[in-house]
Design a protein around this ligand. Structure first.
Ligand SMILES: Nc1ncnc2c1ncn2[C@@H]1O[C@H](COP(=O)(O)OP(=O)(O)OP(=O)(O)O)[C@@H](O)[C@H]1O
Length: 307
């Protein structure tokens, strides 16, 4: 283990996972720092849940390594200092909320009952209600209390915001940020709602087709890119092609997301820093175009070239 891996909450080196149908993750190398909120984003089927299952030891890698707080997951179950909130939020449907919390207390040495109860109270979920009668959003809040009640050092949340209303999303993110600030807890959360991540996540890991397409400190990533807006033009663009992540032409203008690399906006163009959403959308669209090109059958022209 090197120094960076030792200081990391989660790290992977050439990590790969193959199912019967093929590779879900390939050659993934990254380091997620401790005490930060990291966002895991990517299109459907990108490998996010697979990565989370590897981190929690529910799956084993086919290739490479993954480490949680410096340890290899899977030996003896989920890491004792890691809590996982799966997408399907498994809870006992026949239990009341209070019984569920008491089960959490009975099953976990590090359980903080006062804190877990306070999270459920803040969410306005009645503790006498049966789990099976709760709404999707209420179930999420109970599942979150079950995860955070363990006072984990790292919490892994698979789309925790998906069935929450906007106010509940804000409350959940605030509760997480408070934990991060007060206890140094590390959060890794996946989400398709990119707007929710702006201003909340300080680290990003973007997967597409099972590979890491973008990763790093959010401020650094934003500072190293620019959105360039200029006149509508279908011809040559004034940027080196290797600097362009994605470029779109509408009836009125051309918008390009480029690597900064000293790129000064040409005359008639304006530039601004991307938001996290603009940046991730540019990489997601570019990955989709790349994989569409890779799966397009070779046409007659390519056959001619090959011949
Ligand atoms: N148990 C499994 N057996 C076979 N293939 C699987 C299994 N689980 C996932 N896959 C495949 O692995 C790939 C990655 O799936 P995964 O669920 O990790 O993606 P995801 O990024 O979490 O997607 P989503 O955003 O839709 O939840 C997909 O092609 C999926 O079909």
């Amino acid at each position: 283990m090197n120094d960076a891996e030792g200081a990391a909450a989660l790290s992977a080196e050439a990590l790969g996972k193959r199912y019967k149908r093929g590779w879900a993750l390939q050659d993934c190398t990254f380091v997620l720092p401790r005490g930060r909120v990291s966002a895991l984003v990517g299109p459907n089927g990108a490998g996010k849940s697979t990565l989370m299952s590897l981190a929690t030891g529910l799956l084993s890698p086919t290739a490479g390594t993954i480490r949680v707080l410096g340890d290899t997951p899977g030996r003896g179950g989920t890491h004792p200092r890691l809590a996982f909130l799966a997408q399907d939020k498994p809870l006992y449907p026949g239990f009341s909320v209070a019984e569920m919390l008491r089960a959490g207390q009975a099953l976990n040495e590090r359980w903080d009952h006062v804190y877990a109860r306070s999270l459920v109270h803040t969410a306005g979920v009645p503790t006498g209600a049966r789990i099976s009668t709760l709404s999707g959003g209420q179930r999420t809040r109970v599942a979150l209390a079950m995860a955070l009640g363990r006072r984990p050092e790292i919490v892994v949340l698979d789309e925790p915001l998906a069935d929450l209303d906007p106010l509940a999303r804000e409350e959940v993110m605030q509760a997480l940020m408070q934990e991060v600030a007060e206890t140094g807890m590390t959060v890794l959360l996946s989400s398709h709602v990119l707007a929710d991540l702006d201003g909340i996540c300080d680290h990003l890991l973007l997967l597409a087709d099972g590979r890491v397409r973008l990763g790093g400190d959010v401020e650094d990533l934003i500072a190293s890119h620019r959105v360039m807006i200029g006149p509508r033009s279908r011809g040559e663009q004034p940027f080196a092609s290797e600097a362009v992540i994605e470029s779109r032409v509408t009836e009125r203008q051309t918008t390009a997301v480029v690597r900064r690399g000293g790129a000064v906006p040409p005359e008639g163009w304006e530039a601004h820093e991307p938001t996290l959403e603009e940046l991730t959308m540019a990489y997601l669209r570019s990955s989709r175009e790349q994989s569409a090109r890779a799966t397009t059958p070779a046409g007659p022209e390519s056959a001619e070239v090959a011949a």
